[in-house]
Design a protein around this ligand. Structure first.
Ligand SMILES: Cc1cc2nc3c(=O)[nH]c(=O)nc-3n(C[C@H](O)[C@H](O)[C@H](O)COP(=O)(O)OP(=O)(O)OC[C@H]3O[C@@H](n4cnc5c(N)ncnc54)[C@H](O)[C@@H]3O)c2cc1C
Length: 430
């Protein structure tokens, strides 16, 4: 393959860097344009608390055949298991759920997904997860502890999919796990290590906000806040929220089917409040601390980061409406809300706050949301439409992959696919 093809990649997140690295290996001349001061996008390992804490993506989902795990392994990046099975479960008053109860109800709760699957199979049109759960509770008499365990599951679904249950598709939730086998893993030294591997040797221009993309017959011309670039092709990995906002102008305008998708697909919200305490007042040897509430509540899940960094750090996970409400609170108030909950779970034991980090992915102009949501009735074609090449433009990013939407591995796979399409395209000189 001859050198000299110039490809512009918009966005230095997982999709953009993967695409750029692949194109570079194939001999293309690649420039990555990134609006932030840093690379990684929604992967962001922050050191404010004195230890690496992932304020964006944390988990990779599965080992077997997962390209992210292979990349970590090949580069000797340490990964550790993080198992929901290893949760400290507390009731509303902070009493630990006894082991036998935990086992008994965990076994029943494990049947939530199979039961929802059965309901989904009996339907000829998609409904929301909330409607599916209503059908599930109607068809069986549930005891109070069972309802508590169901609530725990439902809060998890909200966190996982960053949206209220009535905003999520039952068909998508029950259409089989798209994660790879082998459980969830985390990076004790941060997810950004993978980003650094992918960024190695690339020409990345930071703080260059793309404003205009001109997709003509002879070239792509991209105008940023700092300069103008010309390429044979461009890969656009802008987050769905940014594309929806219309701040980046495309000429000619993007096809109607894409605009229709922007109008109907939603960005979900998932935020984190990471707190470093003066000492760890919670049991150390659990991966998560979770509440099993009588009523569905705002947050019920803490990630015990102590286990991975040996320092007293807890990460509260906040999703959907609560995340949206908290985005307009000052940091101190968000932290106070988390402390109030911890005070209920660990009465008179919560130690002093040393420092904290609060995310607002929804207000962040570089992402405008956390990740895309499959809404009830959303057809796979909607997501497919987002990765259709348009003349010299190619698209990638988590929202362009219906099967792995909302994930880092989805972003990785979409970046690779877009790079391959560029290479195979008629405009690529060989
Ligand atoms: C809080 C949180 C937790 C998550 N947890 C997980 C998890 O545990 N596991 C998992 O698999 N996934 C998780 N995700 C989702 C995952 O982070 C994303 O799916 C993935 O990182 C998206 O990668 P991307 O390359 O598609 O987009 P991005 O990473 O958003 O990259 C797009 C890039 O474009 C840049 N950009 C934006 N506007 C412009 C512009 N005008 N000009 C130039 N550049 C621009 C952005 O700054 C960004 O760097 C989480 C996300 C969040 C927010």
């Amino acid at each position: 393959m001859s050198h000299g093809n110039k490809v512009l990649v918009v966005g230095a997140g997982m999709a953009g860097l993967t695409a750029a690295q692949h194109l570079k290996k194939c001999g293309a001349d690649v420039i990555v344009l990134e609006s932030r001061r840093r690379i990684g996008g929604r992967i962001w390992t922050d050191e404010t608390l004195g230890v690496p804490v992932d304020l964006g993506a944390t988990w990779i989902h599965g080992k077997s055949k997962n390209p992210l795990f292979d990349l970590a392994h090949a580069n000797r990046i340490e990964t550790r298991d993080a198992q929901m099975k290893s949760s400290l479960l507390l009731d509303d008053d902070g009493c630990q759920i006894q082991a036998w109860k935990k086992l008994m109800f965990a076994a029943r709760a494990d049947r939530v997904i199979p039961r929802l699957k059965r309901i989904a199979r009996s339907l000829d049109r998609d409904i929301s997860v909330a409607e599916g759960v209503a059908m599930l509770t109607e068809e069986s008499d549930m005891s109070e502890p069972e309802i508590c365990f169901l609530n725990r599951h439902l809060i998890e679904f909200e966190a996982l999919n960053a949206a209220r249950l009535d905003e999520q598709s039952l068909f998508a939730l029950t259409s089989g796990s798209v994660a790879f086998r082998g459980g969830d893993l985390v990076f004790p030294h941060g997810f950004s290590q993978l980003i650094d591997v992918l960024a190695c040797g690339l020409d990345i221009r930071l703080q260059e906000t793309v404003l205009d993309v001109n997709n003509s017959r002879s070239a792509v011309v991209v105008e940023t806040s700092a300069a103008t670039y010309k390429g044979d092709a461009a890969i656009i990995t802008l987050p769905l929220g940014v594309l929806q906002s219309g701040v980046v102008k495309f000429s000619p305008t993007l096809p109607d089917y894409m605009e229709e998708t922007f109008a109907s697909v939603k960005m979900g919200l998932f935020n984190k409040v990471a707190i470093r305490f003066s000492q760890a007042f919670w049991p150390h040897d659990f991966d998560y601390i979770e509440m099993v509430p009588k009523k569905k509540t705002a947050i019920c899940q803490f990630f015990n980061w102590y286990r991975y960094v040996d320092q007293p750090v807890l990460v509260a996970c906040i999703a959907s409406d609560t995340a949206r409400q908290w985005e307009s609170l000052p940091d101190e108030q968000a932290v106070t809300k988390v402390l109030d909950l911890l005070g209920r779970l660990f009465p008179r034991r919560v130690s002093d706050v040393v420092d904290s980090s609060v995310t607002r992915w929804g207000k962040d102009p570089h992402s405008l949301g956390s990740y895309s949501v499959v809404h009830p009735g959303a057809s796979p074609r909607l997501f497919d439409a987002l990765r259709e090449p348009v003349n010299r433009l190619f698209f990638a990013g988590e929202a362009t992959t219906r099967l792995h939407q909302g994930t880092v591995h989805g972003a990785y796979l979409s970046g690779l696919e877009a790079a391959r399409k560029v290479i195979a395209s008629a405009n690529f000189r060989r």
